[in-house]
Design a protein. Structure first.
Length: 326
């Protein structure tokens, strides 16, 4: 309809004289229709490209399933091709020879819409050949330990892929495979790990809750060690809050502050329990409480609650009741 009306407008415009007032209206309408038709074509092309890529990946997955390739020997190479577009040289992420193919994770846009098809494609491959998860772990561990070899945009793509892999529950990928390799001193000092983990958090929280993220961090043994991702100059609760607040991850900041607060309360309760059990001088106990309240900025209501709990726990209620009964 759009194209037909467009041609009609062209024919009418050619037949009218410039003095006719309707000419301007038809010309404007024709221009709008041309823009609309161009937009429709662009949307159609984008849809077809996405559909074509999904079809190609499905065909490749089926072809690999029926092939006699030795995946147990070339599993790492397969995932190198998926990520970088070619077999990588030792100590680098560049292809061993030739050019990269244009459908790798590194070559696509740094957007979830562009990277998600690769995650789904790998998921299909792993469902057909579950043993390849070890090869995926090997390649991801190697790439994460070599973040300095990637460009900034490539590191972001890798972070988005990793977040989508967990979001899509990629078959059997353990969190420690991702988090532990990042704790290399040279990567942390340069701030590469903090940048990567920030992109990971932001992308993962698009489709998942903070509780889901904390669950992954627990399984990756990083829940209590998030500051290890920070360079030493920023490795403090204040640095943590400042960085992630700036990145828009306020819920994570609030969670961390609450966790720190609970740790301080627990430490204070433990110290008081020890002092009372050792029958320390009351002046020492009071001084300890004052100092901890000052350092941790604990609210009075929490201090009173802890003191009450510690004192009540220190009393041997069962023995007292027995004496009263006697």
């Amino acid at each position: 309809f759009v194209f037909k009306f467009h041609f009609i407008c062209c024919a009418v415009v050619r037949g009218l004289r410039p003095a006719n007032g309707i000419l301007l209206r038809l010309w404007t309408l024709q221009h709008l229709l041309m823009q609309l038709s161009r937009s429709i074509w662009i949307m159609l092309v984008i849809w077809l490209v996405g559909l074509t890529l999904r079809v190609i990946q499905e065909l490749v997955a089926k072809n690999l399933e029926s092939s006699d390739l030795n995946f147990s020997r070339y599993g790492d190479t397969f995932f190198e091709v998926v990520f970088t577009g070619g077999r990588t040289q030792p100590g680098t992420i560049k292809p061993d020879e030739g050019e990269r193919h244009p459908y790798s994770v590194i070559e696509c846009e740094a957007k979830r819409e562009a990277i998600l098809p690769s995650v789904i494609y790998i998921q299909k491959i792993l469902r057909r050949r579950p043993f390849l998860i070890k090869n995926l772990e090997n390649v991801m561990r190697r790439f994460l330990q070599s973040l300095e070899l990637f460009e900034d945009n490539e590191r972001k793509k890798l972070a988005i892929f990793t977040a989508l892999a967990f979001s899509q529950k990629l078959s059997g990928l353990p969190p420690e495979t991702v988090f532990q390799p990042l704790l290399k001193d040279n990567l942390v000092v340069k701030g590469l790990v903090l940048s990567f983990i920030t992109d990971f958090f932001k992308e993962y929280l698009v489709d998942n809750s903070l509780d889901d993220l904390i669950s992954i961090l627990k399984r990756g043994k990083m829940e209590d060690n998030l500051l290890d991702f920070f360079p030493s100059a920023k490795r403090s609760p204040e640095g943590f809050s400042e960085h992630f607040t700036k990145e828009g991850l306020v819920p994570l900041v609030e969670y961390n502050e609450k966790k720190i607060f609970e740790v301080k309360l627990k430490d204070m309760k433990s110290a008081l329990t020890t002092q009372i059990a050792e029958e320390s001088d009351i002046s020492e106990v009071i001084e300890n409480v004052k100092q901890r309240v000052k350092d941790a900025k604990l609210p009075d209501i929490e201090v009173v609650r802890i003191l009450w709990d510690v004192i009540m726990d220190a009393v041997q209620w069962s023995g007292k009741n027995q004496q009263q009964n006697a």
